[in-house]
Write a new protein. Structure first.
Length: 196
């Protein structure tokens, strides 16, 4: 490369600028930095999505636990009638859930209501009945999705049992245990005291 002399005696290349090799090296370095930055951003996005999904699942489970605790903690010793008119105890186990009558102490319209909890098509549902006696369940509220199985046990004076055969229609269990198996997850066991 030819050098030119400046008036103050310094020399510099005759043509200022970058050579092709210098440009290619700088582009290579820039592309490596951009690739690393893109990979880091993609990793952070995947981590955020996984965290968001996990937090949502925990939030749904916590909301379900709170509503179950409220329902069982306000259980009433009041038998009811099924939709066909047959008598039902105050607490009844069903194949995939239970039905109980509860007080609505803190609600706008105090009184009592009948609630059904059960597993239907992979969803844990809570269904209030429009009337205590002789009515079918009303619209269901989906509490949890992706539940593959539920196991319910009740505790009485004899310990934990898989069945509930009260000696009186007003009898309530001492506690209820729900074991929920979520699709692809570990079983979660929730235990609740029932109102005395």
């Amino acid at each position: 490369m030819r050098r030119a002399r400046t008036p103050n005696g310094f020399t510099h290349p005759a043509e200022a600028g970058f050579t092709l090799v210098e440009m290619l090296v700088s582009l290579l370095i820039f592309s490596i930095i951009a690739t690393i930055a893109t990979a880091m951003t993609a990793g952070a996005t995947r981590s955020f999505a996984a965290s968001s999904t996990a937090l949502s699942a925990i939030s749904d489970l916590d909301r379900t636990r709170s509503v179950l605790a409220a329902d069982l903690g306000q259980a009433a010793r009041r038998p009811s009638l099924a939709a066909d008119g047959s008598p039902m105890p105050a607490f009844t186990l069903t194949p995939d859930g239970f039905v109980l009558v509860r007080y609505r102490a803190g609600d706008v319209l105090p009184g009592i209501e009948k609630i059904s909890w059960g597993l239907v098509d992979g969803r844990l549902l809570r269904q209030p009945f429009p009337a205590i006696d002789g009515a079918p369940p009303g619209d269901a509220l989906v509490m949890l999705e992706g539940v593959s199985a539920v196991r319910i046990r009740v505790a009485d004076r004899g310990g934990w049992r898989d069945d509930w055969a009260p000696t009186s229609p007003e009898d309530l269990p001492k506690a209820v245990e729900l074991t929920l198996v979520r699709a692809g997850g570990v079983p979660v066991t929730l235990k609740f005291l029932v109102a005395a």
